[in-house]
Design a protein around this ligand. Structure first.
Ligand code: GSH
Length: 214
């Protein structure tokens, strides 16, 4: 069987994984899970991912891997070329630092579950998400500038080629725009976004390119 990706078009964590699969040329079947209809909370999806989140990747019949960081690292080991992580240990750690800044430091605070606990008022939810996106992007801008000083000026998140770091940064910037965050203080982040979006498989991974996009 080909890999099956349970995902939602607007989910930033799903976007990371479908982009990685496309970049590596790995065929997969996309199975939509509608977050607005609570599909993530069904028994069948809870069996795929006990956190009731997308994405979940079915790697063989009935065997599921969740958490985009774990999925990307598994894909990298199973399909090393083209690589999404540098082979140099320090650069690889830097790529992971960027991934975790987004994965652990920003995205969890804008989750539907978290926003529902914050308020039932859409404007309050948006302000909360915007606040933590701006905080995280401030840290990310600073980190990317530090990396330029360390590695020489680059155009992608880490260095001059697409890495897993970009697959986390681009969907996060898209989310920040949805929450109306002012992105002008983050020129280095926007440069990384532009560079990554110009790579060959970026377009097919966009939310709007997904079959379940509304
Ligand atoms: N750290 C997880 C995050 C997964 C996650 O938060 N997914 C969101 C969509 S981007 C979700 O399913 N949210 C549903 C909810 O909060 O009910 C990963 O990287 O896979």
């Amino acid at each position: 069987m080909s890999l099956r990706l349970y995902q939602y078009w607007r989910s930033s964590a799903s976007w990371r994984v479908r982009w990685a699969l496309a970049h590596k040329g790995i065929a997969f079947e996309s199975i939509p899970v509608n977050l607005l209809e609570q599909g993530q909370r069904s028994d069948s999806h809870t069996a795929r991912n006990p956190m009731q989140h997308v994405p979940a990747l079915e790697v063989s019949p009935g065997r599921f891997l969740a958490e985009s960081v774990a999925i990307l690292e598994w894909l990298e080991q199973m399909h090393p070329d083209p690589a999404l992580y540098p082979s140099d240990p320090w650069l690889r750690a830097r790529v992971r630092q960027v991934c975790e800044l987004v994965n652990a430091g920003i995205q969890p605070l804008q989750n539907l579950t978290v926003l529902a606990a914050v308020s039932s008022d859409a404007e309050v939810k948006k302000a909360w998400a915007a606040r933590f996106n701006a905080r995280g992007l401030t840290a990310l801008e600073s980190l990317l500038c530090t990396l330029d000083a360390e590695l020489g000026e680059g155009t992608f998140a880490v260095g001059n080629s697409l890495t897993a770091a970009d697959l986390f940064v681009v969907p996060q910037v898209y989310s920040a725009r949805r929450f109306a965050v002012d992105l002008t203080p983050f020129p280095r982040v926007l440069l990384a976004e532009r560079s990554a979006l110009a790579t060959p498989h970026a377009h097919g991974a966009l939310p709007e390119s997904q079959a379940d996009a509304t």
